[in-house]
Design a protein around this ligand. Structure first.
Ligand code: OAD
Ligand code: ZN
Length: 239
């Protein structure tokens, strides 16, 4: 049995399936990954652009960079992998991605471990939280409730993951018969640690990974090709 057929069989026999995705899921929509050779962290310093200390030191630059990412996201579309995932009846789509492409593909059961670009929140944690127009993001401004700086509602290095998202993700992975891990390097903790709680892993990546080595099945290829092939209904003529 080839790997794709094996993976399809695991899914058809499972009563609960979840996906766990990273930047590779959105790469073919035109959103750069982080750790690939041309990735985001090869161009900008995460200590400045993904930390509370960086935001405090250079708020205008950080804010402008998120504005650029937001406008880029507004101009991109879900790819075939997002659309295929959204069409499944899987229990949950857990993602490290801060884009909204799974939602725009039609998924309504998405959990964001690292926050979202389409919201802002108060840096001081006073509770202020608001939606952002991605095509027309706000310039740096202060919180209307407490006067502190307002920042993107994403998780920066050294910060806790959102408690509810973490709890939902951990529970869903523990209960799932199969966890489909898509397009992540598995380098960022604690998110990557969730994969260790999965019963059976199907790993999808355009290159072999450590996660794939420990998976029940490793599928090598671009997400927008492999995910639709994994989840599409069986063709009765080829059974
Ligand atoms: P990485 O950039 O670390 O890894 C992306 C993975 O996607 C790599 O393993 C690539 O081989 C794979 N990949 C690239 N293109 C692909 C494609 N078309 N199809 C399939 N796989 C592909 O991104 P993440 O693992 O998501 O955190 O990184 C995790 C976190 O690190 C991010 O959420 C972000 C970053 O710092 C925050 O912003 C808090
Ligand atoms: Zn505030």
């Amino acid at each position: 049995m080839d790997n794709l057929r094996h993976a399809r069989t695991l899914i058809s026999e499972a009563s609960q399936v979840v996906s766990f995705s990273g930047a590779g899921l959105s790469a073919e929509s035109g959103i750069a990954t982080f750790r690939d050779p041309d990735g985001v962290w090869s161009k900008v310093d995460p200590a400045v652009y993904a930390s509370a200390a960086g935001f405090r030191a250079r708020p205008n630059e950080v804010s402008e960079w998120y504005g650029h990412r937001r406008r880029t996201l507004a101009m991109t579309n879900p790819n075939a992998a997002h659309l295929a995932l959204a069409a499944t009846n899987w229990q949950l789509h857990i993602t490290q991605n801060v884009d909204n492409l799974l939602e725009r593909a039609g998924a309504n059961n998405v959990v964001h471990l690292h926050g979202v670009l389409d919201h802002d929140r108060c840096q001081n944690g006073c509770g202020y939280h608001c939606a952002v127009d991605l095509s027309n993001p706000p310039a740096l401004h202060t919180c209307p409730d407490c006067g502190s700086m307002v920042r993107p509602d994403v998780v920066w290095f050294g910060e806790m993951l959102p408690e509810l998202a973490w709890h939902l993700a951990e529970t869903a992975i523990e209960q799932a018969d199969v966890t489909v891990v898509i397009g992540t390097s598995g380098e960022v903790w604690p998110a990557a640690g969730l994969i260790g709680g999965a019963r059976t892993v199907i790993a999808i990546n355009r290159e072999p990974t450590k996660i794939g080595r420990h998976a029940a099945v490793e599928l090598i290829g671009p997400a927008a090709t492999v995910v639709p092939a994994l989840v599409s209904p069986a063709d009765p003529n080829t059974r």
